[in-house]
Design a protein around this ligand. Structure first.
Ligand SMILES: [Cu+2]
Length: 162
């Protein structure tokens, strides 16, 4: 199984991303290990030294985020503490619904892809991870679990920035 996983990872790095031009936006080329402009519509990575409000998010195998809606004041930095209460791997990615839908398509071809971006965390069962994000623009935004099948099953939520 290890070889399969590695082969998939290699595929994702070599052929997968260039084959998805919709994702090849500004600065996307470098892979998933650093901030590359994802979710720029929502704001920017939070400053660890800034004052932040904590929002606890729980993910379950019922394909739900709790809470399913979050309201934020423009300019506020939120520390999402994201806990996986299920038996399956889940993830939380902040973005616009267009971004999330595009990214979910890539994930369907490369289900082992993991995320370590400022706007996304991959969380193994029983683990907790953190997203620190500053919402600089007003509007309605989304979050979703991009593990194949999860977002279509309802694993998504809405962020309102006022
Ligand atoms: Cu999920």
């Amino acid at each position: 199984m290890k070889i399969t996983t590695l082969a998939l990872a290699a595929l994702a790095l070599t052929s997968g991303l260039p084959a998805a031009p919709a994702l090849a936006g500004p600065g996307h080329g470098g892979g998933h290990s650093h901030y590359d402009g994802h979710a720029a519509a929502l704001g920017e990575p939070g400053d660890p030294k800034a004052k932040a409000r904590t929002v606890n998010v729980v993910m379950t195998d019922e394909m739900r985020f709790t809470p399913g809606t979050v309201t934020v004041k423009r300019g506020e930095t939120i520390r999402f503490i994201v806990k996986n209460d299920g038996q399956l791997r889940h993830e939380m990615t902040l973005g616009t619904m267009d971004e999330l839908t595009e990214h979910a398509k890539v994930m369907e071809q490369h289900p082992d892809m993991e995320h370590d971006d400022p706007n996304a965390v991959t969380v193994e069962p029983g683990e907790t991870k953190t997203i620190l994000w500053k919402f600089t623009k007003a509007g309605s935004f989304d979050y979703g679990c991009l593990v194949p099948g999860h977002m279509p099953a309802g694993m998504k939520g809405r962020i309102t920035v006022r």
